[in-house]
Structure formats: structure tokens, C-alpha cells
Design a protein. Structure first.
Length: 237
């Protein structure tokens, strides 16, 4: 018997260093896994697992997925140091990306057994939440076949520009990492990488597409609500 729990704690971290957020992710991930392992040995009713949405912005950092290619980082270590940009190797999927101020990052730490056990569906719902959020702000975005993420002008191979990158890790049906939506991001940082290992695929932001800076808290609130609707979560603020 599995005791499903769709309550999800929303934790807004504000601006936080990538390493600190990763440590927090790992703490919650380990907590959920520990409960699941103990539940296997329980004679009485199992204990429900918790779910979390960590919402934040990061100081400038490049992150490389576990199967990413270091050659997709075009800047030298000296250049990174001069620019004050960190580099971290991570255990998520995907290749290299950038996180920084003005970018909305959401890390769902979910026990998918509380919702559904389908990684493909999980990725598509993360994309759908971003697409719905962008629609709320007047932008029509979509998917490019065969590529994870959300794109402006997705239907046009020449004009398609990435607005939202997604990279996750799932173990024992517990998720880590998540999505990064460019709201007011300084896009010049992407000039020093091949974003997501996709040469010739430009990156854009909501601010660039709309011609004005956006209220990142309003974007976060919209994204949280769309995630709640798509996953049938009960958000706990």
C-alpha cells in the first residue's frame, strides 16, 4: 500500500549560490528516499513522503550535466575567474547551461509515486507549465521535436530560440534539478558556452521577446500555479 501525498511545500529561496541550492536539494532528496526505504520495512501503514518546489535565482554560474561535453564551455578558467562566474559539474541530465540573476530556477523535489511514475510525462509537464506561464505574459512558445525545453518560434527551425532549459535527475522515483526560465537574464553569458550542447541554437529571454523587464515574482507565481494544476498538487506556501 502506498500512501499518496500531493501536498507540496513551496520554498522561495531568493538569490542563492548554486552550490547552496544543490546542497538543499540533496537534503530534501535524501529525506524522501529515507522515508521510502523505511516504508518498505513497515508492518503498519507507510509514512507519506513530502514534496518540495525550490524557487530561486542564482549568482552567475555554468553547470555541466553528467554526460555534458566540457568543450561546450568556450571560456577559459582565467576568463571565468575574471568574470566572476563559477563552474559546477552536476549529476543532472543534459549538457551545459548558464544560471544567473534574472533567471527563474525551479527545482521540484518530488516523490513521483505521489503523482505518476513516468519520466517522459514528467518532462513534458515541466515544459507545459513553462509554456502556460509564458502564455500568461503574452508569449506563444512550444517544443522543438526531439529536444527537451521550451522555445520561442518553435515551429521555425531558423528563428527558434530557447526560453526555458530543463535538466533533471530521477532516482527511486524522486526528482532533483529542474527548469530554468529566462525572464530578465543577461543573455551575453550564453556567448561563452554552446547552450545545452546545441550549436546554432540561440537563447532568448522574456524581457528580450517582450521589449521590457518582467516582474520575476509574478512569473514565479504563475509557474507555481501551473505546476500545481498540471500535477494536481496542493501548494503549501
Amino acid at each position: 500500500m502506498y500512501l499518496s501525498n500531493k501536498q507540496t511545500h513551496v520554498i522561495r529561496l531568493g538569490a542563492i549560490a548554486y552550490q547552496a541550492a544543490w546542497h538543499l536539494q540533496t537534503t530534501y532528496f535524501d529525506e524522501i528516499v529515507a522515508v521510502k526505504l523505511k516504508n518498505r520495512c513497515r508492518v503498519t501503514s507507510p509514512k507519506p513522503t513530502c514534496n518540495y518546489l525550490l524557487v530561486c535565482e542564482h549568482m552567475p554560474v555554468y553547470t555541466l550535466g553528467k554526460l555534458g561535453d566540457e568543450e561546450h564551455l568556450l571560456a577559459s578558467p582565467a576568463a571565468l575567474q575574471t568574470q566572476g562566474v563559477a563552474l559546477h559539474h552536476t549529476n543532472r541530465g543534459g549538457d551545459i547551461t548558464y544560471h544567473g540573476p534574472g533567471q527563474l530556477v525551479v527545482y521540484p523535489i518530488l516523490d513521483l509515486e505521489n503523482f505518476f511514475t513516468d519520466i517522459h510525462r514528467y518532462l513534458r509537464l515541466l515544459e507545459e507549465a513553462a509554456i502556460a506561464t509564458l502564455r500568461d505574459f503574452g508569449l506563444t512558445a512550444g517544443r522543438v521535436p526531439g529536444l527537451t525545453g521550451v522555445w520561442l518560434h518553435a515551429e521555425d527551425p531558423v528563428k527558434a530560440s530557447k526560453l526555458c532549459a530543463i535538466g533533471v535527475r530521477v532516482s527511486r522515483w524522486v526528482t532533483m534539478h529542474g527548469l530554468a526560465l529566462n525572464v530578465n537574464t543577461d543573455l551575453r553569458y550564453f556567448d561563452h558556452i554552446i547552450p545545452c550542447g546545441l550549436p546554432g541554437r540561440p537563447v532568448t529571454s522574456m524581457a528580450a521577446a517582450l521589449g521590457a523587464a518582467q516582474d520575476i515574482l509574478a512569473v514565479a507565481e504563475s509557474l507555481e500555479q501551473h505546476l500545481a494544476q498540471l500535477f494536481t498538487m496542493e501548494l503549501l506556501m
